[in-house]
Structure formats: C-alpha cells, structure tokens
Ligand binder design. Sequence first.
Ligand code: HEM
Ligand SMILES: *[C@@H]1O[C@H](CO)[C@@H](O)[C@H](O)[C@H]1NC(C)=O
Ligand SMILES: *[C@@H]1O[C@H](CO)[C@@H](O)[C@H](O)[C@H]1NC(C)=O
Length: 368
Amino acid sequence: MKMKSFSFFFILLIQLISSFFFVNSQSDSCSNNLSNLKGISFDTTSLTCFDLWTRHDYVLRYSKTGSDLWSFLLSAPNTKNYIAIGFSEKGKMIGSSAMVGWIGNNNIGIAKQYFLAEKRTNAVRPDQGNLTLVKNSETVITQNSRLYLAFQLKTEQPQPSTNIIYAIGPDSLLPSSQFQLSQHLDMGNTLINYQTGQAKVVSAPYTRLRRGHGSLNMIGWGLCLLIGAMVARYLREKDPLWFYLHACIQVVGFILGVSGIITGLVLEDVLSASVDRHKTIGIFVLIFGCLQVIAFLARPKVDSKYRFYWNIYHWTVGRTMIILAAANVFYGLKLADEHKGWTAGYAVALSILIVTAIGLEIRMRLKK
Ligand code: HEM
Ligand SMILES: *[C@@H]1O[C@H](CO)[C@@H](O)[C@H](O)[C@H]1NC(C)=O
Ligand SMILES: *[C@@H]1O[C@H](CO)[C@@H](O)[C@H](O)[C@H]1NC(C)=O
C-alpha cells in the first residue's frame, strides 16, 4: 500500500513537470511545415530551418529563391517586444543593417529596416541600411502566439552575410511613433552556413559565467544528490561508512548547488534574461536542499518511534528534489545556446546512474 501511493505520487509529479515544460502553445519548431501561415508574399513551406537563438526561442527559416534572391522568415514568441535580425560583416552591431518587427497599435504588424550606425538610440536609424529589400516583401504577422517576420533580399554577392546578429527589445516598450528603438534586452551573434543550414553561436555573452553556472548545478544538484541517495540505499551493509559517505556527498552537492544558484542569479542579472520557470524550479530545489540539511541535523535517534516518519519525509523530499533538479538541468540546457553536447553528456551520465541503481535495486530485492 505504502509503495503504491509513493509511485502514484511520483507519476503525478513527473506529469506535472512535463506538462509545465512541454504544453507550450507558443512553440514553433523546424518540424512545423507552416502550410497554414497566411499573409506572407512568398512560399514558406520549403525553407531551410534552424534554431537561431534558443534562449528566446527564435527559429529562422530561409531559402535561396532565385539567382540573387533570398527569402527569410524569423519566428519568435509574441511577447510584446520588438524582434530583430541583422546581417553583419564581423558580428558587430555597429555598421550592420537589421530587420526589426513588432505588433503596433490596432494589432498591425510593422517590419522595418534599420541601419545600426552606433550603439545609441538616435543612431539606430529607421528606413535606412544596406539591405536591398524586395518591395513589399517585409511583413510581420502573428499566429498561435508567435510573431513571424518575413522579408526577401536581393544580393549582389552570391549570398547574404553569414554573420547573423539578433536582438530582442525591452519588455512592453515598443518603438515610438518616430520608429525609434530602445536598447535591447538581450542580443547575440551566430555564423551560418547557408548551404548546409548549420549554425554556430559566435558570441553568446558571458560564456564563462554560463558554463560555471551550468557545471556547478549539473554536478551539485544534478549528479551528487542522486549518487548520495544511491550510496544511502545500496551501501547500507557497510555501516557506518554509508552514513559518512552519504552526508559528505550531499554536503558537497549542496555547496556546489548553492554556488550554482548564486551564479544563476548573477547571470540572470547581467543577461537580463527572463527565465522565471527555470529560476522558480531552482529555488524550489534550493528550499528542498535546505529542508534536507535541517532534517539531517534534527534527525531522531534510530530507535525513536518518530524515526519511521522521519525516514519517509527525508526519502520523499530527497526524491522530489532529485527529479526536479534533473528536470531543471535539462531545462536550463535547453535555454542555453550551445547545449547539444552538454545535454548529451548529462543524459549519458544520468542514464548510467539510473541503470546502475536499477541493477543494485534488483540485487538488493533478490537478497531479501
Ligand atoms: C536603439 C537600438 C539599439 C541600441 C541603443 C543598442 C545598444 C547596444 C549596446 C549599448 C551594446 C553593448 C551592450 C553590451 O555589451 O552589453 C550593444 C551590443 C549589441 N547589439 Fe545593439 N543596440 C540597439 C539595437 C540593436 C539591434 C536592432 C540589433 C540586432 C539586430 C543589435 C545587435 C547587437 C549585438 C549583436 C551586440 C553585441 C555585439 C556588439 O557589441 O557589437 N542592436 N547594442
Ligand atoms: C503540412 O501539414 C499539414 C497538416 O498540418 C498537411 O495537411 C500538409 O500536407 C503538410 N504539407 C507538407 C508539404 O508536408
Ligand atoms: C549603408 O547604409 C547607410 C545608411 O543608409 C549608409 O550611411 C552607408 O554608407 C551604407 N554603406 C554602404 C557600404 O553602402
């Protein structure tokens, strides 16, 4: 009976977490074929597609439509900010030309070229720039809570610049009546190979801080907790070794994890990132971590009549925390720009641990 209600609890928890992440009406991915997209002057169903900027869920589609004609379609969540994509010689903002789109008054989509002469509001000039747009090809439309910024370029070179810059405007501060932009909330730069559709992030700002944040949390919350829990469960015969190992690993994990959360708060600040869900889950993990430390210090004696209830409590909080932490590591990696190798690495490490745990669990039950 006890076992059953526990599994029920965890199934519920996992469902809750997955619905939180995956039922997202604002999603667009490269597997969507966009055959329902109306109001764009060119064919949007056979474009090359890639995730341009994961942190803000920008998806870019493009194709060479004629000998000197290129079509672009940028899709982003409709969050009432302007979205921008520019073509740059060296990945710098200054001297580039960009297409900027937003939904203005009366729900009318506005798409405009800007010349980014300097990093000042007055020097980012509307209706100027070096992109040769096909007349009336630039549009912004909304569909399913996404913004679509479409435009076509004529190029003298064989292809447009491979250095793509992008930005997102500040929250609820759309360009004024003179079309003046405000400084972006966040920006980035990616190199793209138009032939293969492969993209490489060049300068995601604060790379070291982001890697530090990722590895601290991944090792601290994402791996140590699980290893520590496994030690406590499967090394029980070796008393008191299991106890010291368990306490040590969890304390190390906790310290790494707390450092990871602190770097996360710094990162949120310097990137002006809006990562509320990721942060909320992180804070829950932290609270659970503190609860576990307090519970550990206040644990009843082994022969106390409360010990049984304490064990259930410690066990439940611990496992909830492990699941939340692992989910949040994956979620954080999804928010990062260069995440594929890391995600694979973490998934492999986690799988090895889980398979080991299953093996040890079976061995333990057979022994009993
Ligand atoms: C009024 C509009 C804008 C203002 C005031 C502005 C201002 C700035 C400032 C102050 C920086 C340096 C920020 C830092 O290092 O933390 C910067 C960097 C950057 N901006 Fe903008 N920006 C504007 C529009 C845009 C647009 C529309 C784009 C892209 C389409 C863009 C792309 C970039 C990029 C890629 C960087 C980093 C690379 C670099 O420093 O050159 N900016 N901008
Ligand atoms: C695109 O998807 C729709 C349904 O969502 C389908 O009817 C259509 O055949 C698809 N088109 C292509 C070219 O795959
Ligand atoms: C690009 O456009 C800007 C503004 O329209 C202009 O001042 C600049 O001379 C142009 N640069 C080139 C290389 O055409």
